[in-house]
Design a protein around this ligand. Structure first.
Ligand code: IMP
Length: 191
């Protein structure tokens, strides 16, 4: 396996603060009478959804969708595939699309069209992480946790080739081919 060096960008405490702030912003915009319908994007959004749903202190309903343009590398293929469809109808619901990270914006733009076709009463977007320097498709983001530089990041639900999702922090990942028989200092450890 290739060697990977992690550089922590956001600690667990910083993430918790960002999620609380987002929850307060979102709560201000929605009445408490109708449930807010959270649609989380798999798989990277699973931890963010779990923390956000509990921090919101609003009645919520929850569904998942999996639309992805990434394979087992760090580059978007640009082609969106629906791998897990919505289970619940969105018609006449106040829908909040919960994204882990917005990079080129292609996935979120596709998902917005997909959900809009189901005729929700309202549709907004929240992303924990935003990489605006990478944007290729203009995508409206109503709530943003953290703006980050153009680095490939893992942890707090985000993966590289299905690894690192469990990390409680967000780290930038530098992957280098391992030299024959050699160990890379700091391999697997946050720096
Ligand atoms: P976009 O369509 O280019 O905006 O990519 C969005 C999706 O790509 C996210 O939902 C993630 O699954 C994945 N992605 C983009 N950047 C990263 C990253 O830095 N680390 C891990 N996954 C990423």
């Amino acid at each position: 396996m290739d060697a990977a060096t992690q550089t922590v960008l956001l600690t667990a405490n910083q993430i918790a603060g960002g999620v609380s702030r987002l929850a307060a912003e979102i709560r201000r915009d929605y009445a408490e009478d109708a449930p807010l319908h959270l649609v989380a994007v798999l798989t990277g959004g699973w931890i963010f959804l779990a923390d956000l749903a509990r921090a919101l202190a609003l009645p919520v309903t929850i569904d998942f969708v999996d639309a992805s343009s990434y394979g087992a590398n760090q580059h978007s293929s640009g082609i969106i595939r629906l791998r897990h469809a919505l289970r619940l109808p969105v018609q006449n619901r106040d829908v909040l699309l919960v994204e882990d990270i917005v990079d080129t914006g292609a996935t979120l733009a596709w998902l917005l069209n997909h959900v809009r076709a189901g005729r929700p009463r309202s549709l907004r977007t929240v992303a924990l992480l935003d990489k605006p320097s990478r944007r290729a498709v203009d995508t409206p983001l109503d709530y943003v946790g953290f703006t980050i530089p153009d680095r490939f990041v893992v942890g707090y639900g985000l993966d590289h080739d299905e690894q690192f999702r469990h990390l409680p922090y967000v780290a930038a990942l530098d992957v280098r081919p391992r030299s024959a028989g050699g160990q890379t200092p700091g391999d697997g450890q946050p720096s």
